[in-house]
Design a protein around this ligand. Structure first.
Ligand SMILES: [Zn+2]
Length: 305
């Protein structure tokens, strides 16, 4: 562990917690490229692969989180809220957070500023109409950010993002022309369930993954990532998807992972919203990226699903 981490870790999190876990799920449903290009309407099996998430897997995950008294954040395309409003309302009713994730999982970097604003405004209207909420968090759907994205997000009321990869702690992204920076809670592909568990034929997706990884190995990977994060007093978030890891055999993996985390003691389980607020209040000037070429630079090759 870097010396600075040893010094900082003792005061990094509230109430003497050693590390932070911000469980997060992307409730994509059937949104994404195939919906955006219309091809999903001639591929009903692929549609149901996605709809399984809000329709079936979500409730199982919510029960699991209740049993373990763990809060989570769900990044939800607004189209999913329009089509499964009762299921999405349960996320809020059971004390979890909902964040923005596009309307139909748009690639923001392909849209101009007005196009991005339209997605954010439509999403905000849907969240207000169906759920009575105004999210403050955002996770990038397909693709990455354009040069206007951070300003568009902050003008829409977004105060934190979980889209980048630049640290294993939260950090601050300067927003040109805005009074305050945005808090970034970076994720990592190691904690993305697509990397080990997603599998679908026709379309072959993910294209490079032609087998499902061993569940034991997958759990071992996730545990080791947590162990390192906990040892060094860092922040671990996840890029899990209900349609991938909310299935009966896989929710057991998540149960084992969370039980392992609980067993270590000293873990602050929090929503991304609470983590971002804590970081802004307590580390607001600790790691601002002032030179603009490390944390802040968009990398078009990297983005969450
Ligand atoms: Zn997504």
């Amino acid at each position: 562990m870097p010396v600075t981490d040893i010094q900082e870790a003792a005061t990094r999190w509230p109430e003497g917690y050693r590390s932070c876990v911000a469980l997060a799920f992307d409730l994509d449903g059937p949104t994404g490229d195939a919906m955006l290009d219309g091809s999903i309407w001639s591929n009903p099996a692929y549609f149901t692969l996605g709809s399984y998430g809000p329709w079936r897997a979500l409730a199982r995950l919510l029960d699991m989180l209740d049993e373990r008294h763990v809060p989570a954040t769900f990044f939800v395309p607004a189209w999913v809220v329009e089509n499964w409003p009762e299921q999405c309302a349960a996320i809020v009713a059971r004390g979890h957070e909902i964040g923005y994730h596009g309307y139909k999982h748009e690639a923001f970097w392909t849209l101009d500023a007005d196009g991005q604003r339209a997605v954010m405004e439509r999403s905000a209207q849907v969240f207000d109409k169906y759920l009575g909420i105004r999210p403050v968090g955002f996770r990038t759907p397909s693709g990455d950010w354009g040069p206007d994205t951070i300003r568009v997000l902050m003008e829409a009321g977004v105060r934190y993002s979980s889209s980048m990869r630049g640290d294993d702690r939260p950090y601050l992204l300067p927003a040109p022309g805005m009074a305050e920076p945005m808090v970034e809670i970076p994720g990592r592909w190691e904690m993305d369930d697509y990397a080990s568990l997603a599998y679908h034929r026709n379309p072959n997706f993910p294209a490079s993954l032609d087998r499902i990884a061993s569940y034991d190995t997958t759990l071992d990977n996730w545990r080791r990532e947590f162990d390192g994060s906990h040892r060094d007093g860092l922040c671990l978030t996840t890029l899990f998807h209900p349609k991938v890891s909310g299935k009966p055999g896989r929710v057991a993996l998540l149960e084992s992972l969370i039980d392992h985390m609980h067993a270590q003691g000293g873990v602050w389980f929090a929503t991304c919203r609470d983590v971002a607020q804590w970081w802004r209040d307590n580390h607001g000037d600790a790691n601002v990226d002032t030179n603009g070429d490390t944390h802040a630079s968009p990398t078009p090759q990297e983005a969450p699903r």
